[in-house]
Every structure is written in structure tokens, then in C-alpha cells.
Design a protein around this ligand. Sequence first.
Ligand code: NAD
Ligand code: 13P
Length: 345
Amino acid sequence: SGKHKIAVIGSGSWGSALAKIAAENAVKRNDEFHSEVRMWVREKIVNGKPLTHVINRTHLNSRYLPDIKLPRNLVATPHLKDVVKDATLIVFVVPHQFLHTVLGELSRPGVLHPGARAISAIKGVEVNGTDIETFASLIEGRVGTPCSALSGANIALEVALGQFCETTIGCPTHEDSLLWSAVFNAPTFRVSAVEDVNGVSLGGALKNIVALAAGFVDGLGLGGNTKAAILRIGLGEMTEFCLEFFEGSQRETFSNESAGIADLITTCYGGRNRKCAEEFVKSGSTFDVIEKKLLNGQKLQGTATAEEVHNFLRARKRVHAYPLFEKVYQIAFEGLPPKSLVRGL
Ligand code: NAD
Ligand code: 13P
């Protein structure tokens, strides 16, 4: 049939929440979509049972998004090639550290449906020396599917609980924006589509660096004024970085879209990067130890992004133009005392 088949690669907290929305829409819009939506679950034994079996029998992802009932047409699948078999719409939502392994498997001949299209909900960037790339572009280059980006003020649990929020999709063509809006738009998940794939991707990646700064502010016991200053300066660096290095990206994506200002706000108040950075200041432990202690298997994205962005800016000799990003890097990786965060900004 001419119906689209949706596959979701990733089943952490955000993967599960996005898969829930897509699977609900697949049933509602069954003239456009196959009702079965497959989700890749990296197999793990949880309380003596394989996680895929737990999800398919109880419709709960007890490991990464407990207490949220998942739709019955969402099928947890342990092998990537079975997840993407016949899929025409592929959602990438693994923590960014694991994307290369996934793309390695998907780029084997015959694994992907020839006409498939993709969207990335992953927050981070790909850096190689003086080159920087979004994950949408990396996916497109490695597996050949046109790739959009989805990002916004979307703390996974709040989305999964059905609390109203907005998100932004950046799409290469109008056709993509119609397709991906049909997959994700919902009464409590309002999709706004823009043509700026890079701006949407960079908003999601760079706000994680600023969120670490916000967590340092909280750990230092500083108040709302300081955090507001960090957000303002951070939004400025995010915007200028994207405009400097990604030709054709739009300032308005940062000032007007959920993927810009709104995601920055929610992450700097309620996100995991903020929480772990506060603990970094208070405990003096390393981020690796804190991630294990506080996140129960979920993955921090901001520290790796701070390091990657630092390496890129150093290679381009542009570190001095982004002082907040650089401060975050030095505090997280070079032992700079957190209280010097605001000095000289
Ligand atoms: P998560 O932090 O919950 O991480 C858990 C996931 O990582 C599980 O699916 C687990 O199977 C997988 N995993 C662990 N080790 C792995 C390995 N070695 N190889 C492959 N997979 C492995 O994941 P998440 O929150 O769904 O994040 C995915 C992406 O979505 C990130 O880039 C994140 O920034 C973004 N995002 C997250 C949220 C959120 O609130 N959680 C919101 C918006 C965007
Ligand atoms: P954290 O990874 O800091 O929790 O941010 C989640 C997010 O991206 C919200 O939009």
C-alpha cells in the first residue's frame, strides 16, 4: 500500500516519549500510516527479563520512562535491521554518543528502504578538526536519506505526561514538513515547521552547554538574576555560533522558536545537564561519576558537546569569540573553579 511505515531508533526517555506520540498518530491517521510502529530497544535484562518483552507485555518502558503507558501498536524490537525493514519514515533518537554505531549497521546494503526519509531528535554536533556538521547532515551523508531535525522545549517526562508544549521541526522541503508534522503534531505537542534544519539542530545542541552554566549558577547558590544573565549571554553565543558557521541559518529560529529560546529556558531550569552541573559544583565529583549516580542509565549530552565545540573553536581560532562556551569547557574539563564562571564574561 502507499501508507508510510514509521520506525523509531532509540528508546531512552525521549525515544519512548516521541515513539508514544508517533504511534498514537499512526492509529489516528490510519489512512496515511501503518498502525504498527517499531522502536529499537537495545536489549537489556531488567529484573530478570529482557526489556523488549517487558515493553511488549506491559506497555511500560520500566527502565527509561517508568509509569507511562505506551500504545499497544508500539512494538519494541531488539535488532536494528528488523526495526527499519520496510520503514519509510525513520526517527533517530539515540544519545549522540551512540549514533555512529547505529549508522554503521544501517549503511550496509539493503538494510534501509530505498525511498526512506529521516528525522533526527538527537541533541549534539559532529566535529572533525575544523569541520562541524549537524546530525541531520551526518545521517544524510552516511545512509543517504534526506533528514529533517526535531528539537524544542521538551523534557521527556513532561511530554509523555501530556503536558502542553511546543516543538520545532526543521525540514529540507515542504513535503518533509507536511509528513513530519503528520507524524508528531498533537493537541499537547504543537509542531511548528521551519526551513532551517541547521538552526533547529544547533539550538538543541548548544543549549546543553548553557544548561551546564545554569547548573553551575545553582550549585554556587547564585540567584535568578545571575541565571537570567547566563541565559541571555548564552542565547547570544548560540545564535552567533550558528550564523557564523552554518550559512543560511536564521536568527529567528533562536529568538522565536521552541528550538531556540524556549528549550534554553526549560533546560536551564528542569534538565539533566543543569542538575548534574549543580551536583558537580556541590560534590566536586567528576561528571562520569555524577551521571552514573543521578541519571540511572540516561546519558548527559552537554559535557561532550562543550568539549566538541571547544575543539572546533580552537581549530578555527575562534575560542575568544565565545567566552561563555569556553568557561563551561574550562570548568568541566580543566579544573577552572566554578566561581570564575561569571568573571570577565
Ligand atoms: P537517555 O538519556 O534516556 O539514554 C538511554 C538510552 O541510551 C537507552 O535507549 C539505552 O538503550 C541507550 N544506550 C545506552 N548505552 C548504549 C550503547 N552503548 N549503545 C546504544 N545505546 C545505548 O536517552 P534520551 O533521553 O532518549 O536521549 C536521546 C537524545 O534525545 C539525546 O540526544 C537527548 O539530548 C535528546 N533529548 C532528550 C530529551 C529528554 O528530556 N530526555 C528531550 C529532548 C531531546
Ligand atoms: P537535558 O538533556 O538537559 O535533560 O535536556 C533535555 C532537553 O533537551 C529538553 O528539551
